[in-house]
Write a protein that binds this ligand. Structure first.
Ligand SMILES: *Cc1c(COP(=O)(O)O)cnc(C)c1O
Length: 225
């Protein structure tokens, strides 16, 4: 069987006490696998590639909440704007502006997360603390310009390491940053509350450190080749 239902049920049980949600990461996996997990009750799926998401979306149930979790180029936003529910890896003001523009064309509001660079590796995308504050300042000063997006919160990827104390420290750093930015930029409303942290190898730590949304692929669908 290509979908690991025992793992699915175990993960749901682990998420429940934290009130965290599961984004089932289905990149490079066939639509049939998504349908199997859908039939087991899953509704939120995460994809990384625009073309792949465009192909899967029309052939799968219409009540799936599609999350785009990969690096997104501004010129491709238009292809997913009609239906995407959340974009996890917003890493520039320009991209946020483009998402707003395309969402407006479809009279929609798209929820976004700002990707924060928390890992040691140079290669991972994301904003540093200064860039985050600059972006949020622009956003806060020009609310009319961003009517069709909500900045729901933040997303991060920890360093790919066996050192789980390092992973924990990176997640904790992002949680602290989230609390601080929420207090300065969006006190008292629904924005800047979500924390998308945790993948197959580190989601239990992420939950302990305040994750509201875990993005799990290989543990549900098997390894990707
Ligand atoms: C692929 C991917 C995941 C899922 O990774 P697994 O280790 O397979 O659980 C999570 N987040 C992002 C951004 C990804 O690209």
């Amino acid at each position: 069987m290509s979908v690991n239902l025992p793992a699915y049920n175990r993960i749901l049980a682990e998420l429940a006490p934290h009130k965290a949600r599961l984004v089932a990461v289905s990149k490079v996996k066939p639509a049939a696998d998504i349908q199997s997990l859908y039939d087991a009750g899953q509704r939120i799926f995460g994809e990384n590639y625009v073309q792949e998401l465009q192909e899967k979306h029309p052939i799968l149930p219409s009540d799936i909440e599609w999350h785009f979790i990969g690096h997104l180029q501004s010129n491709k936003v238009k292809y997913i704007a009609p239906f995407v529910s959340m974009i996890h890896a917003v890493d520039s003001l320009r991209l946020l502006e483009e998402i707003n523009k395309q969402a407006a064309k479809h009279n929609r509001i798209i929820r976004c997360l700002l990707q924060v660079h928390i890992a040691e590796e140079e290669t991972k995308f994301g904003l540093d603390e200064t860039e985050l504050k600059e972006l949020l300042t622009q956003w806060k000063e020009q609310p009319d310009k961003f009517r069709n997006v909500r900045i729901a919160g933040f997303m991060g990827m920890a360093t790919n390491t066996d050192n789980m104390e390092q992973v924990r420290a990176e997640f904790r750093h992002l949680k602290n940053l989230q609390a601080q930015l929420k207090a300065s930029f969006a006190p008292g409303d629904e924005q800047l509350t979500e924390l998308s942290i945790g993948m197959s190898g580190d989601y239990t730590i992420a939950l302990e450190e305040g994750s509201t949304m875990v993005r799990i692929g290989s543990m549900l669908f098997g390894a990707r080749y």
